[in-house]
Design a protein around this ligand. Structure first.
Ligand SMILES: Cc1cc2nc3c(=O)[nH]c(=O)nc-3n(C[C@H](O)[C@H](O)[C@H](O)COP(=O)(O)O)c2cc1C
Length: 371
């Protein structure tokens, strides 16, 4: 393993266990962000839930090259769903006409042309069949970590471990600790309410110590609202061995978000994020936008459950972003979006985070000496 460019002035036992220098884990749908974080000495984790299985394998191959020998992970959402088959036509038939009419009216009101490229969720159905194929691809991919969110099947954990992967479960409630531990995961991510994308109802400060207390020897990583050194130091104080971050990377040069979305991110404060079921059918924190407003307006239908909401809106959403329909473009982001005020490189973000954490730890140590 190569040595990283910089060493943080602090480390946790997890650094040695995973072969990293900085206990910062990035979640991103960008290959460039993932690789840049791993190269900087953290642990880059790529969100592969939007990937067809073949594409997932190609992305893993690219990451292996880009990470230059440093470890990286792949993340999948694996909710337990009643839908067995990846049968798009049957799922479309199950969508109520009232919902289809609303989406058609949105399309006309915002003048959205049809998508030409499509997206996983405009072609497939989140179903057991799709998850099985994606999970097979992750296990075969050579990624160092398999991160599982919203569900942690024990059989997959065992197979990933047998393939030499570190396994990890993202959880949002103490209720999920026992199930994840019983599945045999190596690590837990305790993700609080502040977080971007799918989120539960418990704040990070209340959640992390409870999960740490229940996890025993299994290390816990804190997620949700960590974008500054004082927040990172607070997570360490709560007993976490690392920080799992998503929102902070949305403002990175490497992410290269569409400028319309970058503008939304740079202008948003914590109060500008809302929780909406309008994309996946499950509660998801996003920056308030024309999209979230349309779905919460009087007369809008209640979003459908997963996977039907995505069957309903998958094509429209792909078209909105392909054709850059500003009035409906949206991105997931957490309350820490308030700290993303300029576009910086991953290295600058990482340096800033580490420096601030060191300063905070120094400040806390000084408090102790002077008391
Ligand atoms: C744009 C965006 C997309 C996300 N998508 C996923 C996802 O597909 N799977 C997942 O497990 N977590 C996803 N997350 C959540 C992250 O894994 C992480 O828990 C969260 O971002 C941490 O909180 P923070 O946003 O306050 O940093 C996403 C987060 C963001 C910001």
């Amino acid at each position: 393993m190569t040595t990283s460019k910089r060493k943080a002035g602090f480390r946790t036992p997890l650094c040695d266990r995973l072969g990293i220098d900085i206990p910062v884990f990035s979640f991103s749908h960008s290959l460039e962000v993932t690789a840049a974080v791993s190269r900087a000495g953290g642990y880059g984790v790529f969100g592969a839930t939007h990937d067809e299985p073949q594409q997932l394998l190609e992305h893993a191959r690219a990451l292996k090259e880009m990470c230059e020998g440093r470890p990286f992970g792949l993340d999948l959402l694996l909710p337990t769903l009643a839908v067995e088959k990846n049968d798009r036509a049957a799922a479309e038939e199950a969508v109520p006409q009232q919902h289809k009419d609303f989406v058609q009216a949105l399309r006309e009101k915002h003048k959205v042309p049809a998508a030409t490229q499509g997206h996983l969720f405009s072609k497939h159905v989140r179903s057991q069949e799709l998850f099985d194929a994606q999970a097979e691809a992750v296990i075969a991919s050579g990624a160092n970590m398999f991160a599982m969110a919203v569900g942690t099947p024990a059989e997959l954990v065992a197979r990933a471990k047998a393939a030499g992967q570190v396994t990890l479960s993202l959880i949002g409630s103490p209720r999920h600790v026992q199930r994840s531990l019983a599945a045999g995961v190596d690590l837990l991510v305790a993700q609080g309410y502040d977080a971007g994308a799918h989120t539960g109802t418990i704040g990070t400060m209340s959640l992390v110590p409870q999960v740490v207390a229940m996890a025993g020897d299994v290390p816990v990583i804190a997620a949700g609202g960590i974008a500054t050194g004082s927040q990172f130091a607070a997570a360490l104080a709560l007993g976490a061995q690392g920080a799992w971050t998503g929102t902070i990377w949305l403002g990175s040069k490497e992410h290269a978000l569409d400028p319309i979305l970058t503008d939304q991110i740079l202008r948003a404060g914590s109060e500008d994020t809302v929780i909406s079921r309008s994309w996946s059918g499950k509660t998801l924190r996003m920056v308030r936008s024309g999209w979230s407003e349309e779905w919460s307006a009087p007369g809008a239908p209640t979003p459908l459950k997963m996977p039907y909401q995505q069957v309903l809106v998958g094509e429209l959403n792909a078209a909105v972003h392909e054709h850059r329909i500003e009035s409906l473009m949206w991105t997931a982001a957490g309350q820490s979006v308030a700290y993303v005020r300029e576009v910086r490189s991953v290295e600058e973000i990482m340096d800033g985070l580490i420096e601030e954490t060191e300063q905070t730890l120094g400040r806390l140590a000084a408090l102790r000496r002077s008391s």
